[in-house]
Design a binder for this molecule. Structure first.
Ligand code: ADP
Ligand code: DP6
Ligand code: CO
Length: 346
């Protein structure tokens, strides 16, 4: 009998989006990206792993449904961890022959543009590395599962450097500031649709790189001009600058998606109404108090400071009077938190 390892990991919400790879297999991005990691107590993936002699096959269960174990990314993660275990002699040879069962659940919509792949793979590789007792850079391992997952390993604001080495060894994530740096930063998550997106992030970014002319401008001009500025705004806690860059990057990202052929359309009418609502509110305030950002899906994330949360909630209720209680997932306004990944060994 072996231990069951259970781990929870948070989502992260990009403010400068990763979109496009220069190496599909190694998952190396075309551009640097920056995100905030949310408190895992509100939205998280929880993954349990266990290896037994009685298991006949490796298995993956996601949200109660048995998934194919043959996915290349999952296999790459498993293979890498088992290789490290052999190299480091961290477990005995008998244990290495055991098959592993992986069971994961997200407490928020999966594949709906709320970074489930980030939380999911950060969680999966942390759990497996703990099970096989290997010492390694968890963030680099998470990256080969899903690019955005490399940022979920750290708290606070995190920058993922694209790097230039062909093997991806310098394509790593690092915290921009100490995770306790901006304690009054909050994120409200507005859930518009909890259904699976029609075009996965992986496929959407591939089509965009292959077909979009605007993408070249984004990679060569826009992102480089924003990335240092947003890191500086985070360091200085300059909310209006941070917010303006966040909204501009989200808007450009979706414009670029629309310029792919066939186009990738992730925003819905409700998403557009949220964009209007935020600009309306900022306009009344005379300064930028709230920033929206949308990943590859219709669901909105609003970055704002704690003091703005009650006011923004009233504005949301005014604009969306018939929305259900579930609409605002971030009612508890998760702070960006210090130690995002919690590991429990039972
Ligand atoms: P999202 O916007 O939610 O990140 P993606 O298209 O990037 O959507 O990725 C969704 C895919 O990520 C799922 O179809 C599944 O393969 C994988 N995934 C999501 N959650 C988990 C999890 N908890 N454990 C393992 N894999 C997961
Ligand atoms: C829009 O990390 O999900 O959320 O690396 O192919 O698994 P793969 O894609 P994924 O892409 C995330 C795209 C994004 C922006 C971001 O998180 O930076
Ligand atoms: Co994803």
């Amino acid at each position: 009998m072996t231990d069951i390892i259970s781990v929870i990991a948070p989502i992260n919400m990009a403010v400068i989006k990763y979109w496009g790879k220069r190496d599909e297999k190694l998952i190396i991005p075309l551009n640097d990206s920056v995100s905030g990691t949310l408190d895992p107590k509100v939205m998280c993936a929880k993954t349990s792993v266990c290896a037994r002699s009685a298991f006949e096959e490796d298995e993956l269960w996601l949200n109660g449904i048995k998934e194919s174990i043959t996915s290349e990314r999952l296999q790459n993660c498993l293979k890498k961890i088992r290789e490290l275990a052999i190299e480091q002699k961290s477990v005995d040879e008998e244990f290495l022959k055991f098959k592993v069962h992986i069971c994961s659940e997200n407490n928020f919509p999966t594949a709906a543009g709320l970074a489930s792949s980030a939380a999911g793979y950060a969680c999966l590789v942390t759990a497996l590395a703990t099970l096989y007792k290997v010492k390694t850079d968890i963030s680099a391992l998470a990256r080969i599962g899903s690019g955005s997952a490399c940022r979920s390993v750290y708290g606070g604001f995190v920058r993922w450097y694209a790097g230039s080495n062909p093997d991806g060894s310098d394509s790593i994530a690092k915290p921009v500031v100490d995770s306790s740096h901006w304690p009054d930063m909050r994120v409200l998550v507005l859930v518009i649709a909890d259904t699976k997106k029609h075009t996965s992030s992986t496929k959407g970014m591939k089509t965009t790189v292959e077909t979009s002319e605007l993408m070249k401008h984004r990679i060569q001009v826009s992102v480089p001009s924003r990335i240092e500025k947003i890191c500086e705004a985070i360091v200085k806690k300059d909310f209006p600058t941070f917010a303006e860059l966040t909204m501009k990057d989200s808007n450009e990202f979706h414009a670029v998606c629309l310029s792919a052929f066939p186009p990738c359309i992730y925003l819905t009418n409700t998403s557009l109404k949220i964009i209007e609502m935020v600009h309306y509110y900022n306009n009344i305030c005379g300064t930028i108090k709230v920033a929206y950002t949308f990943d590859a899906g219709p669901n909105a994330c609003l970055y704002l400071l704690e003091e703005e949360v009650p006011k923004m909630l009233s504005v949301i209720k005014y604009f969306f009077p018939f929305s259900s209680e579930d609409f605002i997932k971030g009612l508890k306004a998760p702070p960006i938190k210090e130690f995002p990944i919690e590991s429990h060994i039972y």
